[in-house]
Design a protein around this ligand. Structure first.
Ligand SMILES: C[S@@+](CC[C@H](N)C(=O)[O-])C[C@H]1O[C@@H](n2cnc3c(N)ncnc32)[C@H](O)[C@@H]1O
Length: 279
């Protein structure tokens, strides 16, 4: 194990072009390799070798943090979209539909969300928190036009990745509705720290929320069964007053595909966001 880590370190330190801030994808890959090698080496690892490995990890993190800090400063000035969209195009993608990839590491570094406090268990039919993988959010932003006339509501917003990123990249008013108050607190702090005046969060059960202003609704299968039915009926009533768009990810897509008041806008790539319009 010592030899494997030594070789890995020698290889990584030979060519230091990864210090260039633009080499984020490479640094994330190096961090993963180092983490794995240090973990597998266990306690028997030669102390000086462990020190070298951990030292390199810190160096990589410092470079990444500087980059995240610069992107956060752009966002606070209202100029974050360009840089983030550049990264979304440049970062290597994970082929796995559900999995996360280096773009998620970038988003997590940029948002720097505070660890939420106490999160009570959810009732039956409510789906536990899992963020939409960042590449699906960027894909949504590329495929679904959203402007300053739009109000985008994430139903079951979790820590607010979709709401926050949409607020950074568009001029739409973005609202996250989430039952878990602790998630809402973290998301609000993030919106404030990034000076996102077009992002807001409501701590509420979606079934009791007012959806009257929404023009685009996002659902990453936040609930199933009778709760999903109730919310779809609420959305159907909204659609009687004005056209609305619904964007879905995950198993709830199949349920929406059977709704006669909705039409599927496009057959999306398997596993990516699907867009529906009210008829
Ligand atoms: C799969 S996560 C999706 C998170 C977020 N929309 C995203 O895509 O990153 C589902 C979220 O819905 C929330 N949730 C479940 N039932 C809810 C309800 N009735 N009202 C509001 N939020 C709910 C959960 O707490 C969880 O955070």
């Amino acid at each position: 194990m010592d030899a494997r880590l030594r070789n890995l370190l020698n290889q990584m330190l030979q060519d230091r072009t990864w210090r260039d801030p633009d080499q984020l994808g490479r640094r994330i890959d190096m961090q993963e390799q180092l983490e794995r090698a240090l973990f597998h080496a266990g306690d028997s690892l030669e102390p000086s070798l462990r020190q070298r490995g951990e030292g390199l990890m810190i160096e990589l993190e410092v470079i990444d943090r500087r980059l995240y800090h610069a992107i956060r400063a752009d966002i606070r000035r209202g100029q974050g979209a360009g840089r983030l969209l550049h990264w979304a195009a440049a970062m290597p993608r994970n082929g796995d539909e559900e999995g996360y990839d280096p773009l998620d590491a970038l988003l997590s570094g940029v948002l720097d969300l505070a660890e939420p406090g106490n999160v009570p268990e959810l009732d039956a039919e409510m789906v536990f928190y899992q963020p939409t993988p960042a590449r699906h959010i960027f894909d949504l932003l590329a495929r679904v036009p959203m402007g300053d006339q739009d109000v985008v509501i994430d139903l079951g917003a979790g820590l607010g990745h979709v709401t926050l990123l949409t607020a950074i990249c568009t001029r739409a008013r973005c609202v996250g509705i989430e039952l878990q108050a602790a998630y809402v607190t973290s998301a609000r702090q993030c919106a404030q720290a990034l000076n996102l005046r077009n992002a807001s969060f409501i701590a509420q059960d979606v079934r009791h929320a007012c959806l009257a202003e929404g023009t685009v609704f996002y659902l990453y299968t936040p609930f199933t069964g009778t709760i999903l039915r109730t919310v779809l009926d609420m959305l159907k009533r909204e659609a009687e007053d004005r056209p609305i768009r619904l964007c879905t990810l995950g198993p709830c897509t199949e349920v929406l595909a059977r709704e006669s008041w909705l039409t599927m806008d496009n057959i999306s790539e398997r596993g990516s966001v699907t867009l529906f319009r009210s008829r």
